[in-house]
Design a protein around this ligand. Structure first.
Ligand SMILES: NC(=O)C1=CN([C@@H]2O[C@H](COP(=O)(O)OP(=O)(O)OC[C@H]3O[C@@H](n4cnc5c(N)ncnc54)[C@H](O)[C@@H]3O)[C@@H](O)[C@H]2O)C=CC1
Ligand SMILES: N[C@@H](CCC(=O)N[C@@H](CSC=O)C(=O)NCC(=O)O)C(=O)O
Ligand SMILES: [Zn+2]
Ligand SMILES: [Zn+2]
Length: 369
């Protein structure tokens, strides 16, 4: 079949809208009609050539929602017509990682996924006879895409695609980092660095968990109003702090935070986040994705004196189990999504979504097919 898609032919070049050839689902795979997709900072990072796993030409996009249109042989867990969210972190429930109960990082298809391939080692997309690679196993910047059955979460049918697509990455990552990874308890003090599409969801997760001080840090002053809307109690713009930012935050939180979260991807900020943790027990959680070649550093003394450094992918969520529940939280009003969808675009306007993100003007742009 044919599908309209925004293709990343090369790094640092705008996406091009073209018609691709798409092969139907093989055994264990499903064909999804993507109805809406968010644009996450990770898409921009890969398009900018900063991802060590970046492959071109490819169809980016990993924050979608859609409808199952065809199932391959042997598919049992979803049917034609089901509403689903593609999962860049699948859940096979059979691999060592899934069975460990210690992680959401299913390893069933990770090796081929990181090479832009389906589990059988081939691509379903092609253009003028040449393969076009998949991205994060999802490729939601295509109107139709093929995924392994283990990489789709079935969701309720009354959830709007335009907003529930955000659960495919940003919402789950931010809220999940608080509830699954940190396990923030009522009364904890937290600091969130970077109040974009992920950081605002950390804020709303922290509010839901009953955190006491919820401090937001961002260099964009417009983010103060956004942060307050989602539960932030204190805002710090590093540009307005005359002395050392870490000392300022440690003083503000009476010795440092119980939990800090990096949502910037900047390794200098990651260090600040670790050092703003409380001596003896504070834990810093890295969510931001740093560009290829970057490393984190701190004085080992920071860890010797009881601070902990951790990371989280997809908010520690097990996709097929947790994503439908997060959609329920949204539909039941436990968390908010609608105000964060600041821009709704057509596929032809997708590059504008990247421009808005880089200009700090959007929280989430969503492309509706
Ligand atoms: N670990 C995971 O599973 C996931 C990681 N990510 C990563 O999370 C990060 C954030 O993504 P989005 O929220 O979509 O990006 P975004 O562009 O919407 O937000 C980033 C925010 O950080 C702020 N910022 C930039 N430099 C800063 C600094 N030096 N100090 C304080 N604030 C600063 C910006 O002003 C902006 O508000 C990215 O690195 C992205 O790749 C995204 C999704 C999942
Ligand atoms: N490919 C990069 C790392 C990118 C990365 O860390 N991705 C996150 C999700 S970011 C979503 O917006 C993730 O889930 N990582 C776990 C994984 O298995 O990929 C690199 O090579 O550094
Ligand atoms: Zn993402
Ligand atoms: Zn698994």
């Amino acid at each position: 079949m044919k599908t309209r898609a925004a293709v990343a032919f090369e790094a640092k070049r705008p996406l091009e809208i073209v018609e691709l050839d798409l092969e139907g689902p093989k055994p264990g795979e499903v064909l999804i009609e993507i109805m809406a997709t968010g644009i996450c900072h990770t898409d921009a990072y890969t398009l900018d050539g900063l991802d060590s796993e970046g492959i071109f030409p490819s169809v980016l996009g990993h924050e979608g929602a859609g409808i199952v249109r065809e199932v391959g042989a042997g598919v049992t867990s979803v049917s034609v017509g089901d509403h689903v969210i593609p999962l860049y972190t699948p859940e096979c429930r059979q691999c060592k990682s899934c069975l460990s109960g210690k992680t959401n990082l299913c390893t069933a298809i990770r090796a081929t996924q990181g090479k832009g391939l389906m589990p059988d080692g081939t691509t379903r997309f092609s253009y003028k006879g040449q393969p076009i690679y998949h991205y994060m196993g999802c490729s939601t910047f295509s109107n139709f895409t093929v995924l392994p059955e283990i990489a789709v979460a079935k969701i309720r049918e009354d959830a709007p695609f335009q907003t529930s697509c955000y659960v495919g990455c940003g919402v789950t990552t931010g809220v999940g980092a608080v509830v699954n990874t940190a396990k923030v308890a009522p009364g904890d003090n937290i600091i969130v660095f970077g109040l974009g599409g992920i950081g605002l969801n950390v804020l709303q997760g922290a509010k839901m968990a009953g955190a006491n001080m919820i401090v937001g840090v961002d260099i964009n002053p417009d983010r103060e109003e956004w942060g307050r809307r989602f539960g932030m109690t204190h805002f710090v713009n590093p540009k307005d702090v005359s002395g050392d930012l870490v000392q300022h935050l440690v003083a503000l939180t009476d010795g440092g935070a119980d939990y800090t979260f990096d949502c910037t991807g900047n390794t200098d900020v990651m260090r600040q986040a670790l050092e703003a943790c409380h001596r003896g027990w504070g834990t810093s959680i890295i969510i931001g994705v740093a560009e290829a070649g970057k490393e984190i550093a701190t004085r080992p003394f920071q860890l010797v004196t009881g601070r902990n450094w951790r990371g989280t992918a997809f908010g520690g969520a097990k996709g097929r189990t947790d994503v439908p529940k997060i959609v329920d939280w949204y539909m039941n009003g436990k968390i908010e999504i609608d105000p964060m969808i600041t821009h709704v675009l057509s596929l032809e306007e997708i590059n504008k979504g990247f421009d808005l993100m880089h200009a700090g003007e959007s929280i989430r742009s969503v492309v509706v097919y």
